[in-house]
Design a protein around this ligand. Structure first.
Ligand code: MTE
Ligand code: MO
Length: 397
């Protein structure tokens, strides 16, 4: 069994697939903490978890004037340690809602294939510069117009039976940008990366779909082409609702990088029976996030299926950190809002038992908004599922 070496997992995770392991936390727990504890951080593996010996581990960096081979000690000692709080979201988060409209192919994720953590490591930018990718190399590539390097490929150490490894790539611009914050991370939430999250090293590409955040990183290649991997070329792309498996042409669509604006209700759960509190109010909580460093600036919540709306309170700054007994996160820098926002509405409800449909939708600082329903964004792979999130509850006296 190639999975016999996989690590233990927290029993609270909802398992979507055991081998390879794919699991998500219960929504109420997810929405409880600004920083998701590593044990309940969603886990998305395509292959068995590789066992990597930290002593003999080397990261190879190619496609540079000076190729590099770096040990963990090199990565920790030769480059400044940089820390970023960033949300990771799988492209398939909320796929089950697409499945409910019409069947799609993929793991049936609920709303919790998203989590937020603090990551520390070397900046990919600093490592590329060490390999000679300075301003001159960049200028030379630009001058070569079309022939120069455009992408950075990442290869994982996890492999299938034939030896094919997980791989992905991101635009070189993102990797080199002073404001891109792309990390070669050796720590998650202040500790060594857990086995499931890429020990001993993973890429963290803030603002970018989970799939490009390659775990168990073995190799970095600066190249003219995108990664040739299945997951870059023939998966993780969006299509029209009218495209089916007979007509789909994966070459016709770009690989997903930045994700669209997203939000969901983590409390109450769909189908819950709610007791009104002493003040006759209910508490609604959730998360909101947008890709590309775009900051969520507002979350609207409706308690009547979307007829009337109120603005949620963003549980920002002090409050978000306080609950963890940690220092509050600083406000995000413009264009670098990598972390989600948790939000809350405490709202009065009319008396009497009733069915209530609670809805949320977020707005980012480019005024991107979520679509109101799933059908117009349905796609055969069930990715990019970001319609208004709806939960139906019964309110009791
Ligand atoms: N990296 C490797 N090497 N192998 C993988 O299967 N899965 C990717 C990405 N990086 C994957 C990987 C996908 S699709 C997602 S959503 C994220 O890892 C999930 O990261 P997590 O398990 O730390 O939450
Ligand atoms: Mo993913």
């Amino acid at each position: 069994d190639p999975y016999s070496g996989d690590p233990q997992r927290h029993p609270v995770l909802r398992v979507n697939s055991a081998k390879p392991f794919n699991g998500e936390p219960p929504p109420e727990l997810l929405g409880d903490s600004y920083i998701t504890p590593s044990a309940i951080f969603f886990k998305r593996n395509h292959l068995p978890v590789p066992r990597v010996d930290p002593a003999s581990y080397r990261l190879r960096v190619e496609g540079l004037p000076r190729p590099l081979s770096l040990s963990l000690a090199d990565l920790k000692s030769r480059f400044p340690k940089h820390t970023v709080t960033a949300t990771l979201q799988c492209a398939g988060n909320r796929r089950s809602e697409m499945n409910a409209v019409k069947q799609v192919k993929g793991l049936n994720w609920g709303i919790a294939a998203i989590s937020n953590a603090t990551w520390s490591g070397a900046l990919l930018r600093d490592v590329l510069r060490e390999g000679g990718w300075g301003p001159e190399a960049a200028a030379a590539a630009a001058a070569a117009a079309g022939r120069g390097a455009r992408h950075v490929q990442f290869e994982g150490l996890d492999a299938d039976a034939s030896g094919t490894t997980y791989g992905a790539s991101i635009p070189l611009n993102k990797a080199l940008s002073e404001e891109g914050d792309v990390l070669l991370a050796y720590q998650m939430n202040g500790e060594d990366l857990p086995a499931d999250h890429g020990y001993p090293l993973r890429v963290v590409v803030p603002g970018t779909v989970g799939a490009r955040n390659v775990k168990w990183l073995g190799k970095v290649i600066v190249s003219r082409e995108e990664s040739a991997s299945h997951w870059q070329q023939n998966d993780y792309k969006g299509f029209s609702p009218g495209t089916d498996w007979d007509t789909v042409d994966f070459k016709s669509a770009p690989a997903i990088q930045e994700l669209p604006v997203q939000s969901a209700i983590t409390q109450p759960a769909d189908g819950a029976v709610l007791e009104r509190d002493a003040d006759g109010e209910v508490t609604v909580r959730g998360y909101a996030w947008s890709g590309g460093g775009r900051e969520v600036v507002r979350v609207d919540v409706s308690l009547d299926g979307g007829k009337t709306w109120q603005v949620a309170r963003l549980r920002e700054g002090e409050e978000q950190g306080e609950e963890q007994g940690e220092a509050p996160p600083p406000p995000p820098l413009p264009g670098r809002a990598w972390a989600w926002k948790l939000w809350e509405v405490v709202a009065p409800l009319p008396p009497g038992e009733q069915q209530v449909e609670i809805v949320c939708k977020a707005v980012d600082n480019s005024y991107n908004m979520q679509p109101d329903s799933v059908a117009p964004i349905w796609n055969l792979r069930g990715v990019l599922s970001n319609a208004w999130h709806r939960v139906r509850v019964t309110v009791r006296e």
